[in-house]
Design a protein around this ligand. Sequence first.
Ligand code: NAD
Length: 467
Amino acid sequence: MNDYPIDTLIQTLRESSQKRRESFGYEQRRIALTNLAKTVRRNRLEIIAALGQDQGKASDEVDVVEIIPTLSEISHAISHLARWMRPRRVWPTPLMIGTTTRILPQAKGVVLVIAPWNFPLLLALGPVASAIAAGNAVVLKPSEMTPATSALLVKICAQAFPDGLVQVVEGGPEVSRALLTQRFDHIFFTGSPAVGRIVMQAAAHHLTPVTLELGGKSPVILTHDADLVDAARWIVWGKGVNAGQICVAPDHVFVPQSLLESFAQTIEAQFALSYGADVGASPDYCQIVNQRHFSRLMALMDDAVQKGATVRVFGQDQPERTKIAPRLLLGTTPEMEISQEEIFGPLLPLIPYDDLSEVIAKVNASPKPLILYIFAKSRSVISRISGATQSGSVGVNLTLMPFIHGNIGFGGVGASGMGEGHGRAGFDTFSHLKPVMKNQFTLLTLLFPPYGSRVKRMVRLLLAYLK
Ligand code: NAD
């Protein structure tokens, strides 16, 4: 629980951030990030226990999808910090000859990170690491839906950081709303498009820049020459981890009509290989975060069945533990709710097609997805689909991975978000990239008034030179 009123807390953070402005250099940031990595390692068993409590996640899955990607993000920032912080040289354009310019990455000040529940460690500490690397003070608001992990984040940040650098504020939407009335220098929000709108509206009041890491329906396009077994392995992984509660989980799969049945069987076989015949009973397969989301997913399925879809289920549900066995849905239509909202759970519609152009048209008629997956061998088909569709990113013959690649930024486009996080893109997001331009001997002074024959000559020369 939070001991101080929110405005006092932010004022204190702002004052200490201003005092630190000149002293929070490379060494201090490196130490803060190193301490964060050490604290995460030291608390590894507590993290596993908290995620077990919040989401029924297997300890190996916590290691693979939470702890290792978090440590990888921090370690990548530590290794590249000196380079990211260095002023960046800019070449002069012809008119600017005689000047030198450097881009100076500068901390924005006090930033707000609002995190979701689905990867409650990674999606909280990842942006915090980028913000610290960039030299900011941070207010972190974790999700109320994963209370054990949120409480642990308070402890981890208190152990890792000096006073006045990172403040964790626990609570639900009401706390978020109270935070959003305050002035921040950047807001980094990860969550649903609906709440993204609220965040952006609130940010407009103070003209605060926002990064919105949102969700949506990320489609998979399976093509005629795809390796079905390989595609099934990746899709089952992308839909099985976190029981499909991932912003970049495959939402639905477009499958060539002629491959529909064999692909459905390959998916079934792959679920059995990964989790056993009764996926719902597997200790490696986690629960749905709460009763509300369990009921939401059941309602999506019921609506689809009532409207004519058929379902293949891979195991037993365990309602008392909010576990839903994965299901394939066949025969879904655009009117069904499952075709309209982000599924965010272990239900996978397979949508048959005859002509790739139809699929491209369908993707382009829908809100722009966070990621689009292609399973294909033909290079020309891969580049045709990548070029003809818009999405935050594209994954070819894999799932989930672009989200954790340290050397690319990750973010959405259109309805799936704006701005980028991770690696250098995350560092730049939390920095003001300030040009500092110096005059050496610029010829532009020849164009200063009084205007006359000298200026006219210069103008003639420039008009002839510029294309
Ligand atoms: P959410 O939008 O419900 O909640 C996110 C955060 O916003 C939480 O901290 C919550 O307390 C806060 N919040 C909730 N209601 C609010 C309100 N009315 N006003 C202000 N703040 C409020 O999202 P969620 O359910 O935690 O996460 C699932 C969503 O996040 C999915 O849409 C998923 O696709 C998306 N997501 C996106 C990414 C990405 O990187 N793009 C990553 C993970 C999840």
